[in-house]
Write a protein that binds this ligand. Structure first.
Ligand SMILES: [Zn+2]
Length: 129
């Protein structure tokens, strides 16, 4: 059965909160879309981020855009904290330039870096920033 995609307003709201609290000013929130997919057989992947590469931007004359996809079968079972971390992880793949490409796991989107960022996020959340 093919994957089914639905818009995920809950994920979008979470992404906006993370962008705001962590002052990810390089990310244009309107150019980050969030979808929930259903029907994946993957047991490993919880979420992924899709970029809209430069050649497509030029061909279609559209701005850089990203899509965060959460896999319903796995993501929906996570605790609120794990969901936050998952979306944060995906947002951290977006590079400073916001040009449609990605920052790699190696050297940037590491567990340690995500955990550090998450601590910062949690503190700001507690302080209602
Ligand atoms: Zn990743």
């Amino acid at each position: 059965m093919p994957l089914k995609y639905n818009k995920a307003p809950d994920v979008k709201q979470l992404a906006n909160q993370i962008i705001e609290r962590l002052e990810f000013s390089h990310i244009a929130p309107d150019c980050v879309h969030c979808f929930r997919s259903e029907g994946s057989k993957s047991r490993r992947i919880i979420a992924r981020i899709h970029g809209f590469g430069r050649i497509w931007q030029q061909a279609l004359e559209l701005p850089p855009t990203y899509v965060i996809e959460v896999l319903s079968e796995r993501y929906d079972k996570l605790s609120p904290e794990e969901k936050e971390k998952t979306v944060l992880h995906e947002l951290m793949h977006i590079p400073m330039g916001f040009k449609g490409g990605f920052r790699p796991h190696k050297g940037y989107v590491t567990k340690r870096h995500v955990d550090n960022m998450y601590e910062k996020y949690k503190k700001r959340k507690q302080n209602r920033f």
